[in-house]
Design a protein around this ligand. Sequence first.
Ligand code: 5GP
Ligand code: ZN
Length: 113
Amino acid sequence: MTECLFCKMVLGVIKPNVVYENDYVLAFKDINPQAPVHILIIPKTHVATLNELDNIELSGQLLLAVNQVAQQENLSEAGYRTVINCNKNGGQEVYHLHLHLLGGRHALATRIT
Ligand code: 5GP
Ligand code: ZN
């Protein structure tokens, strides 16, 4: 069994609050939200950091999922911020690539995770 927290979510061993999924990605609410809406979007395959992302189709699917989830959560028009933390200096804590989708208030009021 994988030790990766987010792989466990993809496998259904741990059940996050899922807001969207397709064949490529899973999107769920962050457990410690830094904005009124704080959703994490992850690839369903294990990619440790942005440094290891080498699949063009998956890269596109991740960005399209941000677009899709933003629409679903009614963030598109007002706007939102997307953050990817990479490795130690980027503040990455979970080593399975994830895109933070932060919305619901002005980004200047949102602490970047
Ligand atoms: P990072 O600092 O790696 O970019 O962000 C990791 C994010 O994962 C943090 O915002 C943290 O709150 C979130 N997180 C950590 N553990 C869990 C968990 O068990 N469930 C959920 N839903 N989010 C988590
Ligand atoms: Zn993983």
